[in-house]
Design a protein around this ligand. Structure first.
Ligand SMILES: Cc1ncc(COP(=O)(O)O)c(C=O)c1O
Length: 299
């Protein structure tokens, strides 16, 4: 285990150490914009692999490995940011098999591990011991954004190369911060906190979905996430996403445009709505604003 100051810096190290400039890396599409950013800064050649509510199609993934010669596949098997998708056990096995056959690594970003609502997250890394999975997790979201402590779990030469990159980058994570992190997650209250999260997230997710259905029916949520923090919604075809975002912003609702989550051409006018914020009481008003903004830009 390599302790890192948040999984973002872990991702940067992995892309630099295991791919490097000009080399291909496969990524689910859509995927976390920060992973796209880290990979771009490392100069890697990002190859998108379409991924939906069930995860990527193993045959398509195999084809992408074959055509690109890539040795890395970055993915979020549990409650993906932005789609909320969770792979089934079987899908995980199939993807792992394709990764193994190509002598490659699955970079498993388990950022939402603690945010299961109707399911729990079982890491693929937990059922694989041949060294083909590099696992990433952090405390930023489950403890606090100020707790920049995360971990990369890797083996053998891959681990050595990531560790060397960490050494060059920042040596180590402050011992004070590591001690504070350990203290938080070994308190009995930590388990209570995690159980509380599940209920809080469930009621917020459901409230946001209901608010959208009632007040913004044109904002279409095709997939109810079983965990995570976000709804991935599609707007009517032809929506001018930039204008829509500006309209919402001027009415007080800040929205993430879906374009940021696509490594290549976006598959449609998507938005990501986060339901984890501190004021779920505002969801109904927020949904009204989305609706009004859509009406305004269509005239
Ligand atoms: C999917 C995913 N991976 C990694 C990160 C980075 O997390 P950290 O705060 O641990 O650097 C985020 C943050 O939003 C994320 O959404």
């Amino acid at each position: 285990m390599i302790v890192v100051p948040g999984s973002q810096s872990g991702l940067s190290s992995i892309f630099r150490a295991l791919a490097g400039s000009g080399h291909p890396v496969l990524m689910e599409s859509p995927t976390y914009w920060g992973a796209i950013l880290a990979a771009s800064h490392a100069g890697v050649d990002i190859i998108p692999v379409p991924s939906g509510a069930e995860g990527p199609d193993p045959a398509e993934l195999a084809r992408a490995f074959e055509e690109s010669g890539a040795r890395l596949f970055y993915a979020q098997p549990n409650y993906a940011n932005p789609t909320g998708a969770q792979w089934s056990h079987q899908r995980g096995e199939q993807v792992l098999e394709v990764v193994r056959q190509n002598g490659a690594f699955l970079i498993e970003d388990d950022w939402a591990h603690d945010f299961g609502i109707s399911t729990t997250a079982v890491p693929i890394a937990a059922r694989e011991d041949s060294g083909h999975v590099i696992y990433l997790r952090s405390l930023t979201k489950s403890v606090s954004p100020a707790m920049r402590v995360g971990a990369v779990i890797a083996r053998g030469p891959a681990r050595d190369r990531i560790l060397a990159d960490r050494g060059a980058e920042s040596m180590y994570v402050s011992g004070i911060l590591q001690t504070a992190a350990l203290d938080v997650i070994t308190q009995p209250a930590w388990q209570t906190h995690l159980r509380g999260l599940r209920h809080q997230l469930q009621s917020r997710r459901d409230l946001l979905v209901t608010s959208l259905r009632q007040h913004a029916p044109q904002v279409h949520v095709a997939h109810l996430p079983k965990g995570g923090l976000n709804l991935w919604a599609r707007l009517p075809d032809g929506t001018d996403l930039d204008r829509f975002i500006r309209e919402c912003e001027s009415a007080g609702v800040i929205i993430a445009p879906g374009t940021e989550w696509f490594p290549a051409e976006p598959a449609g006018p998507f938005i990501r709505l986060n339901y984890a914020g501190p004021n779920p009481g505002a969801f109904q008003d927020g949904a009204h604003i989305l609706n009004r903004s859509l009406e305004r830009i269509s005239h």
